[in-house]
Design a protein around this ligand. Structure first.
Ligand code: SF4
Length: 256
């Protein structure tokens, strides 16, 4: 698919989203929020649903949480326009309540098509509802700051899924601001791992030597959120990705 074809395909999805009445959320929306950013990106960020400001403007992450998300991206040298930002549900739940499972299911084909068009190497989930879409059963307190392949039943096949708290969580719980900043520093390393997995898989498909096991991406083992379930804890012996400020981290460009 050419860049122009990708942009057209994403715009076709957005047009359908703006006219969608598949679930009850359409009744209360001012504007649907399909998502925005680069159609050619390697990194897609998936939040939960539009809030008040997003509903008014028809754009994702434009309120206080959006400002923090932009700040998070800037700490690794990325801009909003370098990535694609969208949500699990494209219309605002009333009073910013959590999206219901049937609403998430009704909206899922839109997200699935967006991911199919962009085929990102890395999907960054923002918040537990986004996490649950790609890694059902995973607990955000245990897996944030780590990357792993999506569950077999989910989408984004061939991508890695990197879990983060929702930026709005830091507005309500100040201690999570440091956690989000720390986790963000691991995202460029996760992208490098995702690229490597793809290259190895491509080599394997070409009949070359079998790909070795994918490198683990380490957990953010801060005291407050240290994994306590071995089933979901990342390998603490895995090498750390480049830290921000070191060559290859904040210098990592998308789409190299
Ligand atoms: S949330 Fe999704 S499925 Fe529901 S009306 Fe909006 S676009 Fe349609």
């Amino acid at each position: 698919m050419t860049p122009g074809e990708r942009r057209e395909a994403l715009e076709a999805v957005a047009t359908e989203v703006r006219a969608c009445t598949r679930c009850r959320l359409h009744a209360g929306r001012t504007r649907a929020v399909p998502g925005e950013g680069s159609a050619d990106t390697e990194v897609v960020l998936v939040g939960e649903g539009p809030g008040f400001n997003e509903d008014r403007q028809g754009r994702p992450f434009v309120g206080a949480a959006g400002a923090f998300l932009t700040e998070l991206l800037s700490t690794v040298g990325w801009r909003r326009e370098d990535v694609f930002i969208t949500n699990v549900v494209k219309c605002r739940p009333p009073e910013n309540r959590d999206p219901e499972p049937d609403e998430i299911a009704a909206c899922a084909p839109f997200l699935s098509r967006q991911l199919e068009v962009m085929d990102p190497a890395l999907v960054v989930t923002l918040g537990r509802h986004s996490l649950g879409t790609f890694l059902p059963g995973a607990r955000i307190g245990q897996v944030h700051g780590t990357a792993r392949p999506p569950a077999a039943s989910a989408w984004a096949d061939g991508s890695l899924v990197f879990a983060m708290y929702h930026p709005a969580a830091a507005l309500h719980q100040g201690s999570l601001r440091r956690t989000l900043l720390d986790d963000m520093q691991r995202v460029p390393g996760a992208l490098l791992d995702a690229r490597e997995r793809r290259a190895l898989a491509a080599g394997s498909a070409d009949g070359q030597a079998p790909a070795p096991a994918a490198p683990a991406v380490p957990a953010a083992l801060d005291d407050a959120d240290a994994p306590d379930d071995p089933a979901v804890a990342a390998d603490p012996a895995a090498p750390l990705p480049p830290a921000a400020g070191e060559p290859g981290a904040d210098q990592l460009t998308l789409f190299s």
